[in-house]
Design a protein around this ligand. Structure first.
Ligand SMILES: Nc1ncnc2c1ncn2[C@@H]1O[C@H](COP(=O)(O)OP(=O)(O)O)[C@@H](O)[C@H]1O
Ligand SMILES: [Mg+2]
Length: 308
């Protein structure tokens, strides 16, 4: 502070410093005021920006809603088309089976009178062609049933032991005709599945195992895993290469050359569809030359502890 005893130079020096400090303070205040103004300006610009983005967002959301409505409509149309395709397939397959069974009946009459070897041979061939056609139509009918939303595939208790007994009856003759050793490992497991569809699944797997195995054995068994049980069909056939293991489950996909084995190429696609409807996992373990093991995972019926 200024004192009376200070010299004039000293006073001037002090006053100059005070002056500098004041100017500095004023400068600072000015710049603060400036930045507040800048902030205010920036905020105003930002607010405009936010409003604009909000409007963009609202437009985009409205657009999205419109697209969603269009998608739902397209989906509904596609579902209806699919349903009508299934209905058509079902009706056509059903109607085709009737004249076919009539033709088979006529053929059996013809077989009685066709005594010449050539005639008998032809009758036999026509019979085989009819059988293949019938098999194909029945498979298509089955697929369209499995695709139908109205199909009831409710699960109930199924005894694997009893299923194995029925399969043994179904396939005993076919295995014997090929000299194959068909075996069922006795099982006391009770699972939750559809008796009809589980039997169809197993029939497809066992018939494939017998069809594609030239010699050796086909083994059907059950293996427990936690609260599930795997129904397994092992064979000593040619096996399936890794790269083919997915696609053989597709419709009309066959690995063996045309004419070597008879088949529609629909069996495994029926297995896949039925398993999907029943929520059963299907798995395949195989490598070329080492046979194949097709497996289906089934939930054990809960109130039967230690069912295996
Ligand atoms: N156990 C098996 N061993 C070897 N190949 C198999 C076996 N099961 C199925 N396949 C192959 O998968 C293909 C598809 O089987 P599938 O859908 O049942 O039709 P299909 O038996 O009428 O040909 C068969 O053609 C065959 O090439
Ligand atoms: Mg088959």
């Amino acid at each position: 502070m200024l004192r009376d005893e200070d010299s004039l130079e000293r006073r001037i020096e002090k006053l100059t410093r005070i002056n500098e400090a004041l100017i500095e303070r004023i400068d600072r205040a000015d710049s603060a005021r400036g930045s507040t103004y800048m902030l205010f300006q920036t905020a105003a610009v930002l607010e405009q920006e936010v409003l604009a983005r909000n409007r963009d967002l609202e437009t985009a959301l409205a657009h999205l809603g419109e697209i969603n409505r269009e998608l739902a409509l397209a989906r509904e149309t596609a579902d209806e088309a699919n349903r009508s395709k299934s209905r058509f397939l079902r009706a056509a397959s059903h109607d085709l089976l009737q004249p076919l069974s009539a033709a088979k009946l006529f053929l059996s009459h013809l077989a009685e009178v066709a005594t010449e070897p050539l005639q008998a041979d032809l009758v036999g061939r026509i019979g085989n062609a009819f059988d293949s056609t019938e098999e194909l139509i029945k498979a298509l009918l089955e697929i369209s049933r499995l695709d139908s939303v109205r199909l009831d595939v409710a699960s109930e208790r199924v005894s694997l032991g009893r299923l194995f007994q029925k399969l043994a009856v179904d396939f005993h003759g076919a295995a014997e005709a090929k000299g194959l050793d068909l075996r069922f490992v006795i099982s006391s497991a009770t699972v939750m599945s559809s008796p009809v569809f589980l039997r169809r699944i197993a029939q497809n797997l066992v018939s494939n195992a017998i069809k594609y195995t030239a010699s050796g054995r086909v083994l059907v068994g059950a293996r427990r895993e936690g609260t599930d049980v795997w129904l397994e069909v092992h064979d000593t056939g040619p096996g399936i290469a890794e790269e083919d293991q997915e696609r053989i489950f597709n419709e009309f996909e066959r690995l063996s050359p045309e004419g070597e084995t008879q088949g529609t190429g629909l069996g495994l696609s029926i297995v896949r569809r039925a398993c999907l409807r029943l929520d059963h996992e299907v798995a395949l373990r195989s490598s070329p030359g080492k046979g194949a093991c097709f497996r289906v995972r089934l939930p054990l019926a809960l109130d039967v502890p230690g069912a295996l």
